[in-house]
Design a protein around this ligand. Structure first.
Ligand code: KG4
Ligand code: ZN
Length: 348
């Protein structure tokens, strides 16, 4: 079966001298992606080959299949990213690659590719944290966010509230104690027999349901905590679904989604209040969710908070966000050696 390719933001002019051009490579999960980013904020190309159709039949990402697919796809995807941006290896400032967190067997494919290219072309190499990448997707759009800000990072593996006083300084104020937000969407959808990946399916279904039909439990945890817990909600939805076969799945999906969004919004806006910060960002695949986006837009407006949300294609896994982080790290004089390795649990 073929991976499904997408491309965003292409500009095919040749580069004037003095610009910084990073090639980013991302293979941490089930998207093989490569991108060319100019000066940390302009994606000249962003090629994403998604394996979702291949993993769908297994109801989730199968690590061995993901690694094998990355191996088959990565060279072609990198070539396509260079061609689409009309950039040659010699034009590059450096090569950036995700080195964690993620699936080790998947990460090493991107890392080996980046190392070989950096070695062959004599270019600087930078290993980039995938979660930092998600946050930096916000720098690929105008207006560029200013500091300090709070970022709510919601993906398939992570749910973090991050305070950033300046570039590359990440203070994690809270995180999930069990399932990540994306994971709870995926697991709930699977339990309801809705298919994979669960986020987009529940999002669509919820649009036709009543979010106030069922009052699912929300784990508010300790009064001042920014942590999350979603496993109780997941179990409650599953029990409800099994014992109420006549309730429309649209209402269950909408009520479940409302419970997740309520908790995410409460934590993120409270973090802004507590830190005295007037800028808030969303990041990660769950930030594609329509109710989440709407809620944050309306609440930010009410509270006078400046909100940044990446375009959907930049919320889910992509290599442009990886190249963006590399630009800012390289400006600080950072680079890695060819001994760069994958770290499945790399912290922010
Ligand atoms: O950031 P991402 O592409 O990969 C990880 O780093 O995990 O996030 C993938 C997650 C999946 O759990 C997927 O179900 C979720 O993002 N997702 C959504 C939506 N689109 C993707 N969750 C809720 N609503 C969506 N529309
Ligand atoms: Zn991700």
């Amino acid at each position: 079966m073929k991976a499904n390719k997408q491309q965003t933001t292409v500009n095919s002019c040749r580069m004037p001298a003095g610009h910084s051009l990073w090639l980013g490579i991302e293979t941490s999960c089930d998207e093989t992606s490569a991108a060319i980013v100019r000066d940390g904020h302009e994606a000249l190309s962003n090629i994403i080959a998604s394996q979702v159709d291949i993993h769908r039949r297994f109801g989730g990402v199968v690590p061995e299949i993901a690694s094998r697919q990355h191996l088959e796809l990565v060279n072609g995807v990198v070539m396509e990213a260079l061609q689409a941006a009309a950039v040659e290896l010699d034009d590059l400032t450096g090569i950036a690659v995700t080195n964690g967190p993620g699936l080790v067997g998947a990460l090493v494919v991107g890392i080996a590719t980046a190392k070989a290219m950096a070695f062959a072309a004599g270019l600087p190499l930078l290993g980039i944290n995938h979660m930092a990448g998600h946050i930096y997707a916000n720098f690929l759009q105008l207006p560029q966010p200013e500091f300090p800000f709070i970022c709510l990072v919601v993906s398939g593996g992570h749910t973090d509230i991050v305070y950033m006083p300046e570039h590359l300084s990440f203070e994690v104020l809270g995180r999930t104690r069990d399932d990540a937000a994306g994971e709870v969407f995926d697991k709930t959808a699977r339990a309801m027999g809705l298919g994979y990946p669960g986020g987009p399916v529940i999002d669509r279904l919820a649009g036709k349901g009543d979010p106030e039909a069922i009052n699912f439990p929300k784990a508010w945890l300790e009064e001042n905590s920014y942590d999350f817990s979603f496993s109780g909600l997941k179990t409650a939805v599953l029990r409800y679904f099994q014992s109420n076969p006549d309730v429309p799945p649209e209402d269950i999906a909408a009520s479940f989604q409302r419970a997740v969004v309520d908790v995410l919004a409460e934590r993120a806006f409270r973090a802004c209040d507590d830190k005295g910060v007037e800028r808030l960002m969303l990041a990660g695949g769950v930030a594609v969710n329509s109710e989440l986006r709407q809620r944050f837009v309306s609440e930010a407006e009410q509270r006078g908070i400046e909100l940044h949300i990446p375009a959907p294609i930049l919320c889910t896994d992509n290599a442009a966000m990886i190249a963006s982080v590399a630009y800012f790290r390289y400006l600080r004089g950072e680079s890695d050696t060819l001994s760069l390795d994958a770290d499945a649990n790399l912290p922010l």
